[in-house]
Structures are given as C-alpha cells and as structure tokens.
Design a protein around this ligand. Structure first.
Ligand code: UDP
Length: 410
C-alpha cells in the first residue's frame, strides 16, 4: 500500500515522478543521510528540512536532521558572517572567531555523527568538518546563500573548512565560489502541500480578499515581499500609477519583517507615504504564520510582481508561478531562472517596463492563461520539493564516483 505522504505527492506530481524517486531511493539503499543545520524553525533551510526529511523517510531513505547548539554571541557572530558573505562589510573581531571555534568544539563533542553522508547546511555548522579526520564518511556543504562576492576576511576564515568537504552545493551558478572541491547545483524548491502553496477553494480566497477589502471584480496586482528597498516597493507603486492612468486596478503590497527590523519599518513608512491616500493601494503588514493568507492573496491576483533590484532565488516568484499567475519581475538573480521572458512572465528593468507589460497582460485574458499554465509547468518540472529530494539522492550516489562525469546506476 502507498504510504500517505507519497500518495499526496503523487496526486500533485504524477506517478512517473514518484516511481522515479522510488527507484533512486532503492539505489540509495541503506546509506544514511544526516542533515545538520543551525535552527529547528524559522527560515528557508528549516522549512526545507522539515518537509524533505519526512518525504525521504517515506521513500525508505534513512534521513535524519540534527541542529547545532550555540549561545547568543555565536548566533550574533554567524548573523554577521551571513551579512558579510552577502557582501556587507562587518567589523570582524577576534572575539567572534573565538566564539565560532568554541561553539564548533562544543558541538563536535555533543553531536552523534550517524550519517554515511553528512550534509552541513550553511556557514554556522561548517566547522564540524573537523570530525572528518576522525570518523571519515562523506561530507557535503550545502550552501543556501549567495557567496559570490563575500567580505574577504570572513570568506578567508571559512574557506579552509569548506575545502575539506567532499563537495559543495549551491542553489545556482551565480551564487558559487571557486573551490578546490567538486560542486553541484541544486535549485531551491517549494512544497506544493504546504499552506503557502496548496490548492484553496474559492470561498477561502473570497474570504481573505474581502478581509482586506479587495474587489475581486477588478484586476488585482500584487507583490508579496519583506519591506526591503531591494524589493523595490516604491517602483511597484510607480508602475501601478502608470497602469492606473489607463486601466482600473488595485495594488496589494503585502509583507512582514517590518516589526522587528528597524530598516523594514522605515521602508514600510516610505511605502505608506508613497501610497498616499489611494484607496486602491493596500499595504498589508502580515504577521509570521500568514501562509494561508499569502496563498489566498496570490490566488486572488491577476498579475504578480517581483520587481526586485537584487534578489536571491526569489521564492515568491516560484510560489506565484505555481498558482498559474503571470509574474513581472526584475531581471536579477534567480528570477531569471524562473521568468522565461514572454513565456512564464516578463523580465523588466523599470517601472515603465513593468507598467507596459501589466497593461498588455490586463488586456489579454488568453495571454494570462497561457503564461500561467507555462509557469505552472515550469515550476512543476524544476522547482518542486520532489525534484529537490531527487537531486539530494542523486548527489548521495554521485559522491561515490568523484572522478566520473557520468554515473551509471546498475
Ligand atoms: N514571505 C512570508 N511573509 C511575508 C513575505 C514573504 O512568508 O510577509 C515568504 C514568501 O512567501 C517566500 C519567502 O518568504 O516564501 C521569501 O522568499 P524570497 O526568496 O522571495 O525572498 P527573501 O525574503 O528570502 O529575500
């Protein structure tokens, strides 16, 4: 009998995809996969592991997940590392390096390394590689962040750890670094069964739309994003105004992250000022855990924006394409892998460009439908959790053939 989780995924992705996963899982066999990261909740990595580990287990793979421990100083240090790896200059002190080393030592003593393949996620636990000389096994550094132009001092500190791994995995080529070890590219993914992405009935969408005073009879343009200048919410308002001069519509700018982030709060104020008293601009500050509402807001939308000036992968784009929405996005980062220009949406470089494309889409229902369908298929083939799980299993197998470009599974 099919296990419940496998059955649920099969309903979304089809039996061929699930059969392929089962075959690969059989090849993985008894090899144990141990994931280690720095937090059990919050953030994309914890979200991914929380979804991926149970699915792997149902496929028969012995996947586990451990979390390192650390005090406030350690997490303040790794937060600073995170910013520095993104290219933001920080004040790197000897005290910080000491905290990283001490915490690593403590976790080396406390963690039970059970995996045949040990997946270390992001920089926080990267120092655990020190255990490799003692216990062997295969070690993968799964880097979820963009380290292509890091602060050199932090990178210099981390790189000697990274170079000891058997391989490194990056989300896209643009995020990677020159390393002496083999690298794999594994794109991020979304879970089609999560509250943020699962199907909703029309009455739920209606309810959420009316809660936020949206009129479903008129076009709704939406951007879901933290209130961050790099997401260009002011540019989105400028685009909306240009559209609005020609065609009636409403704009939703919904996001969180402004309550505990002083810069986010400032951006939220700027956005509110720019919205003036336009009753058709809805600036929504959503608390954490608003996944179902975000899902409904996107589903209620006619066109979705992600007009970022800089972007990581841009999961909001994946989420909107999955809901069959044409997406107008900035021509940056992972948005470029997702918006195939003119096929799943449009890449733009200015509010004027965004407005022009929006008008084109609002005037053509068939174009919207076609793009929505293309976007859905693009995500289905490339950016769902099932593809991520497949890649993880394939990396496990490929690691055993470090010098081969093509691995034949027998
Ligand atoms: N998101 C959310 N609440 C918000 C804004 C965004 O839950 O108020 C989610 C969004 O649905 C997506 C993720 O946070 O899953 C944002 O990821 P993305 O890669 O688009 O951008 P980031 O915020 O990581 O720069």
């Amino acid at each position: 009998m099919t296990a419940p989780l496998l059955q649920q995924y099969e309903e979304v992705v089809g039996s061929e995809v699930m059969q392929e996963l089962s075959v690969i899982a059989r090849h993985v066999g008894k090899r144990r996969m141990q994931n280690i990261n720095s937090t059990p909740v919050g953030g994309g990595v914890a979200e991914l592991l929380g979804r991926m580990v149970p699915l792997l287990r149902e496929l028969g793979v012995d996947a586990t997940w451990d979390v390192i421990k650390g005090n406030q100083t350690f997490f303040a240090t790794t937060k600073a590392f995170h910013n520095a790896l993104h290219g933001k200059p920080i004040d790197l002190t000897g005290h910080m390096l000491e905290s990283y080393r001490e915490t690593t030592e403590m976790n080396l003593r406390e963690i039970n390394f059970t995996g045949d393949v040990i997946w270390i996620h992001d920089p926080q636990p990267a120092g655990l590689i020190a255990a490799k000389t003692r216990i062997g096994r295969r070690w993968v550094w799964r880097c979820h962040i963009d380290v292509s132009s890091p602060d050199q001092r932090v990178w210099k500190f981390l790189k000697p750890f990274v170079d000891q791994y058997d391989s490194a995995i990056f989300s896209m080529p643009d995020f990677a670094q020159q390393l002496s070890i083999p690298q794999f590219m594994v794109a991020p993914s979304i879970d089609p069964l999560s509250d943020k992405n699962r199907e909703l009935d029309e009455s739920t969408i209606d309810q959420v739309a009316s809660k936020y005073h949206l009129d479903r009879e008129r076009p709704i343009l939406t951007q879901i994003s933290r209130f961050d200048r790099l997401k260009d919410p002011i540019g989105v308002i400028a685009a909306y105004r240009l559209v609005k001069a020609r065609r009636d519509c409403q704009l939703v700018l919904a996001g969180g992250g402004a309550s505990d982030d002083p810069e986010g709060f400032e951006v939220l104020q700027e956005v509110r000022n720019a919205a003036e008293n336009d009753r058709d601009i809805h600036v929504l500050l959503l608390p954490d855990g608003s996944d179902l509402e975000i899902n409904a807001l996107v589903r209620a939308s006619t066109v979705v924006f992600q007009k970022s000036i800089r972007e990581g992968f841009g999961l909001t784009v994946t989420e909107a394409l999955w809901k069959k929405k044409p997406v107008i996005g900035g021509d940056v980062g992972g948005i470029r892998l997702q918006i195939l220009n003119g096929i799943t949406g449009y890449l733009v470089h200015s509010p004027e460009g965004a407005a022009l494309r929006t008008l084109q889409l609002l005037a053509d229902r068939e174009l919207r439908r076609r793009m929505g369908e293309n976007g859905f298929q693009h995500v289905k083939q490339n950016f769902l959790l099932t593809r991520d799980v497949k890649d993880h299993m394939l990396v496990m197998l490929a690691l055993e053939h470090p010098d081969e470009d093509v691995v034949h599974a027998d």
